[in-house]
Design a protein around this ligand. Structure first.
Ligand SMILES: [Zn+2]
Ligand SMILES: [Zn+2]
Length: 449
């Protein structure tokens, strides 16, 4: 054979060999299936070793190791909290593959102070110290363990599909989602300056009322602005038998709570969703003492920035107005504060990008397995990655975690399924993780092809 003939012969031979090795047939689906046994091991390990928000040391180390093995350049301990004494356990893995867009893929890692009651063989028995120094049980009751397993699966799949995409993938494992501080901590530590501002941002969350194997997504707003508001209503305390000698903050607090309800019912456009919940109220020590103050804690949920600003201003105005009507002197006006480190802004799914991904998921998972779901008044600090003006197109999608039989049973009996954050929340791992990997991998491939 001439050298030319030898070369064509080798190429011919390679053409036979490559499919035989299965190299040419790798797809997100086949890779998800191949990785599933190993990922289930990782999932169960994380599930039985949950860590509270801000304490994700073990989980972060595991994620860093896995991202490195998948071919990423890894940076650990990313994040700067408002409280500079706290260590942050953010992990960033950068996977580069020539020129092209930058896509950010985000998972969260933290668990919750919940005592697990699933009776799964891998159920958590972990007890940890809370920030207040109390012993608390810890559980992955929001499924962030599923997210981590699917995130690792996605990195592995994309590492093996480099012939199908170009650009840079920034894998972000975020701490402290449940307390709404993790995403801001990563951005404050220069996430976008150090690793590049992404062209697209993708995140996912399991859903406790969606069937496993399904993806659910909302166009536009998908989760709400969450503000915590602290209110101290002040009065002039005294004897319970001589109310005319006092200014009673308990009666005033009751007036204020009722007046706040008119923000939703009278001052707000009914087409803009608003929730004002007083979740905590404390005042007084005894039957016959009028106290000096009453303390309240509120959660306030909105979508639009303008509505959010107006509602927060209304809460302040009404509290102070009611106090003036009650004859409280200006120096004792209610103190209304909105802690800046306890805010989650609304997550907005870019409508065009959502439509584009829905089409891709219908192809990769089947049309019947992709649902448009209603938005909720829940919150997730994933929104921070899209920036406050939503200028970086983002999509935050859900994947189901529930056995379809259980959904049918719940419909039949009217008995509610365990929600996220419930001690009985137990997604079925295999189809849940598999669907999340396929959903995320096909989305990234489409944005970077
Ligand atoms: Zn949660
Ligand atoms: Zn969650």
């Amino acid at each position: 054979m001439t050298s030319m003939e030898i070369r064509s012969f080798s190429i011919l031979w390679l053409l036979f060999l490559v499919p035989a090795l299965g190299l040419a047939e790798q797809t997100p689906q086949s890779l998800a299936d191949a990785e599933l046994p190993s990922l289930l091991g990782i999932y169960k390990d994380i599930h039985s070793h949950p860590e509270l928000s801000g304490y994700e040391e073990r989980t972060a180390a595991l994620v860093a190791k896995e991202l490195r093995a998948a071919g990423c350049q890894v940076t650990e301990h990313l994040g700067k909290y408002e409280n500079s004494k706290l260590k942050a356990y953010g992990v960033v893995g950068v996977m580069k593959n020539g020129d092209g867009p930058t896509v950010l893929v985000r998972t969260d890692m933290d668990a919750l102070p919940v005592e697990e009651e699933t009776s799964l063989p891998y159920a958590s028995k972990v007890v940890a110290k809370s920030d207040e120094g109390k012993d608390v049980h810890v559980m992955h009751a929001c499924g962030h363990d599923v997210h981590v397993a699917a995130f690792i699966g996605t990195a592995r799949a994309l590492g093996k599909l480099k012939d199908q995409w170009h650009g840079t993938i920034v894998f972000v494992a975020q701490p402290a989602e449940e307390i709404g501080t993790g995403a801001r901590a990563l951005l404050k530590d220069g996430l976008y300056d150090r690793f590049g501002k992404p062209n697209f941002v993708l995140g996912f969350h399991d859903k406790a009322d969606l069937q496993a194997g399904h993806i659910g997504v909302t166009e536009g707003y998908t989760s709400a602005n969450v503000d915590s508001v602290d209110v101290t209503v002040r009065g002039v305390g005294g004897h319970g038998g001589y109310p005319h000698k006092t200014k009673d903050p308990i009666v005033l607090a009751a007036e204020i709570i009722n007046a706040w309800q008119t923000i939703v019912s009278r001052e707000n456009n009914p087409l803009d969703p608003v929730v004002i919940t007083v979740g905590s109220i404390h005042g007084g020590t005894k039957h016959n003492i009028i106290p000096n103050e009453v303390k309240m804690q509120l959660t306030v949920r909105t979508y639009k920035t303008k509505v959010r600003e107006r509602v927060l201003a209304d809460i302040d105005r009404i509290a102070k107005g009611c106090a003036a009507v009650a004859g409280i002197p200006p120096e004792l006006a209610p103190i209304v504060s909105v802690p800046k480190d306890m805010v989650a802004i609304a997550t907005y799914n870019n409508p065009e990008l959502t439509k584009r991904l829905v089409a891709i998921w219908k192809k990769s998972l089947g049309g019947e397995n992709v649902e448009i779901v209603d938005p909720t008044m829940g919150g997730d600090d994933f929104s921070e990655y899209s920036l406050r003006d939503h200028s970086i197109p983002a999509v935050y999608f859900h994947f189901g975690g529930v056995d379809p039989e259980k959904i049918a049973e719940s419909k039949r009996t009217g008995k509610e399924l365990p929600t996220l954050h419930s001690s009985k929340f137990a997604p079925i791992p295999e189809p849940t993780i598999r669907t999340a990997i396929i959903g995320m991998t096909t989305a990234v491939l489409d944005l970077m092809k």
